[in-house]
Design a protein around this ligand. Structure first.
Ligand SMILES: C[S@@+](CC[C@H](N)C(=O)[O-])C[C@H]1O[C@@H](n2cnc3c(N)ncnc32)[C@H](O)[C@@H]1O
Length: 242
């Protein structure tokens, strides 16, 4: 994956690795206009998930600076593999964030899954950088009362998923707001942000908008080209408010 990146060269990793479940990029699970959804989604088989996770996390451990941070998005199915591999590679788990989204699938025999896990980890707790007032001043008040920065730093984040506004779509795009929030608390302009599983390139696109440097990998050529085009064209297909 990242064998060509130098050791300790990355400030922040934000990534949403492939699922270990039978996920197919097709119109039924993504968008009404299937013809506009890019084909191909490289999934990892369940039995291989732990070894796959160990391998890419070993590279992340190598390239991340001691003061850097790592955020991994995960459903609950293979969460245990991520936790095992993080411990094996001697990452420190800092927070277990929950991203609450809408669009859960309706169920009749169980509860509706409407959250993702975000594992926030570091390497050296004495050195790890965090900017607690990056989004709200100490004095700012939340509209519901209380301190705005406290509310913003609670570990459950309710952030809506986005609709694509452009012609072409890829599945599983992360909302820009969630990436922007992570960038604000765990990086500064000019820092290097890595996403080893770019998909639509959303982490890189928002990093570019927020004046960070970015690097990433994507195994499906159509996704890679799409992400590259978004980065080069400067038309990011983010709505003004995102
Ligand atoms: C969950 S998606 C990432 C979505 C992305 N966060 C976004 O906002 O669009 C995971 C991506 O990892 C890619 N992938 C799978 N195996 C890979 C590998 N070995 N190296 C690089 N990318 C890989 C898949 O093709 C898929 O696009």
């Amino acid at each position: 994956m990242a064998a060509r990146l130098p050791d300790t060269s990355v400030d922040l990793v934000i990534t949403d690795p492939p699922f270990g479940i039978e996920f197919q990029a097709k119109k039924a699970n993504y968008n009404r206009k299937g013809s506009r959804v890019l084909e191909g989604y490289n999934e990892v088989k369940g039995a291989d998930y732990l070894s796959f996770t160990r391998a890419w996390l070993a590279e992340v451990r190598r390239v991340l600076k001691p003061e850097g941070s790592l955020y991994i998005f995960s459903g609950w199915n293979y969460l245990k593999d991520l936790l095992i591999a993080l411990e094996e590679h001697e990452f420190t788990l800092v927070n277990h964030l929950v991203w609450k989204y809408q669009f859960g699938l309706v169920t009749t025999r169980k509860y509706v899954t409407s959250h993702y896990h975000i594992l926030f980890a570091g390497i050296d707790e004495k050195k790890r950088r965090f900017y607690p007032y990056a989004r709200f001043d100490k004095e700012a008040r939340h509209p519901d009362g209380g301190s705005a920065h406290y509310k913003d730093k609670e570990d459950v984040w309710a952030i809506p998923r986005e609709y694509w506004t452009g012609d072409v779509k890829t599945p599983t795009k992360l909302p820009a707001e969630i990436i922007r929030k992570i960038l604000a608390y765990s990086s500064r302009p000019g820092d290097v942000v890595l996403d080893p599983f770019l998909g639509s390139g959303q982490v890189a696109v928002v990093s570019q908008l927020e004046k960070r440097r970015y690097v990433g990998f994507e195994i499906v050529p159509e996704y890679f080209d799409f992400a590259k085009k978004r980065l080069e064209s400067g038309t990011y297909r983010l709505k003004a408010k995102e």
